[in-house]
Ligand binder design. Structure first.
Ligand SMILES: [Zn+2]
Length: 111
């Protein structure tokens, strides 16, 4: 394994653990969850990795707020032009748009 591969593996490992930690404590210790979120953003920058897709929607890329915290975000579905989900971070006001892609085929095709 190359050095950068090792760094990346460790980084993903830490991110996974931080997300799990934040999820467990978000309700009673929101400040810890946010701290974990900030740490995750820092790890990503340092290791030059992208946030795993599964976590992308759960974290504010601007301030590190983890959306496991109750009331930390607002969600709206917009359908002008193309349907997308708008997530607004309640902590810093950062807006994230996620295109809502519906799987129209594929599930039944495979039987
Ligand atoms: Zn934010």
């Amino acid at each position: 394994m190359t050095h950068s591969g090792e760094v990346r593996r460790i980084a993903y490992d830490r991110i996974t653990r931080l997300m799990e930690f934040a999820k467990r404590h978000a309700a009673e210790r929101p400040e810890l969850a946010r701290e974990a979120g900030r740490l995750i953003l820092r790890i990503c920058r340092k290791a030059r990795i992208r946030l795993p897709a599964a976590y992308k929607r759960l974290i504010c890329r601007k301030c590190g707020m983890l959306f496991y915290v109750p009331g930390s975000f607002r969600v709206r579905v917009r359908s002008r032009r193309s349907t997308h989900v708008v997530i607004t971070c309640a902590a810093c006001g950062h807006v994230k748009r996620i295109p809502a892609i519906r799987e129209k085929r594929g599930i039944r095709a495979k039987g």
